[in-house]
Design a binder for this molecule. Structure first.
Ligand code: KIV
Ligand code: ZN
Length: 512
């Protein structure tokens, strides 16, 4: 039987970025967008172009880079917002404008101070403005979960007539219950006379832990687009997790009767990339992408899985991109093998110079670490991309002394704009000492908000991937670094964050 297509609309780069501390640079957004494209996401919401020049530039960069997914920009129902979105998306092979206005009584009265009729009029104008830039227009009645269904029917009928092809029903504050939300979708589809001219979409927040359940209830009632994010990132408690929605629909095709075009083997690389860039660690028991998602602890379960995998497993770890830590390359592997494996992993480096630089780093790593796994290659390329951006400060060397009963100390040499400088400090541990030594040179005055270390593969020779979050003057940045030596990885991550902070400070006060 032919299954319906369920459109996967990823909003990691827009709603996901609204998580406090998850802000991303333009280059990071492009890197994530490329991974989403590789995963075959249908629509990538790249940002909110009218929010700031930085947002505009990021949406434009994603629109220019992505070929196989539709790129979408968010806009309030205001002419200027829509114009900015239209301009940012000009280079996209396939562009969508997503415009929204609130429809719940509380939002209309207290926030917009508009009457219901004014809201309908504004919504219709917004869709018509957006249609001047693209015929792919999505409309959202914000806070639909708490809006009057009769009023929703009026607004939605009017925006379909105005040219909206996708109607997105957001549960903005995560208030709905699955049965109720599913019914709302069914009622809207049944009651709106021109409902067959639009695709119904849902966008659920996770305040009560029901974002995925509500999204799936909507799919059962005819929604054919789900808005979601990698690892469930997003405003407050987050959005529906893409990996959970996709794997639920795939694993239970008997229930949903629809399918996505997602390449699920790209889920784990996407999850790692997003958590590395944002510094939002994935909880170990998180479905699909948590470290324990496929680990069996109890003897009875282990015995069952060994006898017949399906006794306790409903999905295969490798189908969602968990690799079996297969040794792929080693010290003696050549440039060609390296390039071939990157291509197999879907990683394009863009130029011969970038390939050569990554290969040189691979050789350095292979000298320190005997077995190089796929995850090491992914981290190495991410680290290279991180280091290549905005490089004002670069780590030259680091020496740390840590001995039982002694105070740890660090001496670090960095190049600042090519000029070598050194600093020393003591600290409560080697990482603390290294950060203090860096600060003795840079004097950034930034506050350390988050420090986290993850092992990329297993074993004590694994690379550590460090995320450092710094804040200064209300700005927050995340830096990443990886190395087999976690103190070195930490220093790289700290410098990466400082480089980003510096470029953000410069952007805020441009020198004319
Ligand atoms: O949660 C929400 O209502 C939104 C809209 C802009 C779709 O993010
Ligand atoms: Zn949202």
């Amino acid at each position: 039987m032919k299954q319906d297509h369920l459109i996967i609309f990823d909003t990691t780069l827009r709603d996901g970025e609204q998580s406090p501390g998850a802000s991303m640079t333009r280059e990071e957004k492009v890197r994530i967008a490329r991974q989403l494209e590789r995963m075959r996401v249908d629509v990538i919401e790249a940002g909110f172009p009218a929010a700031s020049n930085g947002d505009f530039e990021s949406v434009k960069a994603v629109a220019d880079a992505i070929k196989d997914s539709t790129v979408c920009g968010l806009a309030r129902a205001l002419e200027r917002d829509i114009q900015r979105a239209g301009e940012a998306l000009r280079g996209a092979r396939s562009a969508r404008i997503h415009t929204f206005i609130a429809t719940s009584a509380i939002h209309m009265e207290k926030k917009l101070r508009m009457s219901p009729d004014q809201v309908i009029e504004q919504a219709v104008k917004a869709v018509k403005w957006a249609r001047q830039y693209t015929d792919n227009v999505e409309f959202s009645p914000e806070d639909a979960g708490r809006s009057d269904p009769d009023f929703l029917c009026r607004v939605l009928e009017a925006v379909i007539d105005a040219g909206a092809g996708t109607l997105n029903i957001p549960d903005t504050v995560g208030y709905s219950m699955p049965g109720q939300f599913g019914e709302l979708i069914r009622d809207l589809r049944n009651r709106i006379p021109n409902a067959d001219k639009a695709v119904f979409s849902v966008h659920c927040h996770n305040d009560l832990g029901l974002a995925v359940a509500n999204s799936l209830a909507a799919v059962l009632n005819g929604a054919r687009q789900v808005e979601c994010t990698i690892n469930g990132l997003g405003e407050r408690a987050g959005n529906a997790a893409l990996e959970e929605v996709v794997m639920a629909v795939r694993t239970r095709q008997d229930v949903f009767g629809c399918e996505t075009r997602i390449d699920a083997t790209q889920i784990m690389p996407a999850s790692r990339l997003v958590s590395g860039i944002t510094g939002f660690a994935v909880q170990p028991n998180k479905a699909i992408v948590g470290a324990n998602a496929f680990a069996h602890e109890s003897g009875i379960h282990q015995d069952g899985v060994l006898k017949h995998r399906e006794t306790y497993e409903i999905m295969r770890a490798e189908d969602v991109g968990w690799s079996a830590n297969k040794m792929v390359l080693g010290k003696h592997s050549g440039r060609n093998a390296f390039r071939t494996r990157l291509t197999e992993l879907g990683i394009e480096l863009g130029s011969e110079e970038a390939l050569n630089a990554a290969f040189a780093r691979f050789k350095e790593l292979a000298d320190k670490k005997h077995d190089i796994f796929d995850e090491d290659l992914q981290a190495l390329v991410s680290d290279e991309a991180a280091a290549n951006t905005l490089e004002l400060f670069k780590l030259v060397s680091l020496k740390v002394c840590s001995e039982t009963g002694e105070i740890p100390s660090a001496r670090v040499v960095i190049a600042e704009n090519g000029l070598e400088k050194d600093g020393s400090a003591i600290g409560s541990g080697p990482v603390d000492a290294a950060f203090r030594a860096l600060e003795s040179i840079v004097n950034s005055g930034a506050e350390l908000q988050l420090y986290s270390v993850n092992n990329i593969t297993t074993g004590t020779d694994a690379q550590g991937e460090v995320t450092v979050r710094l804040s200064k003057g209300g700005r927050i940045v995340n830096g990443q670094g990886s190395d087999t030596d976690i103190v070195v990885a930490s220093a790289k991550a700290y410098l990466h964050a400082l480089n980003k902070l510096h470029s953000k400070l410069e952007r805020a006060h441009p020198q004319v």
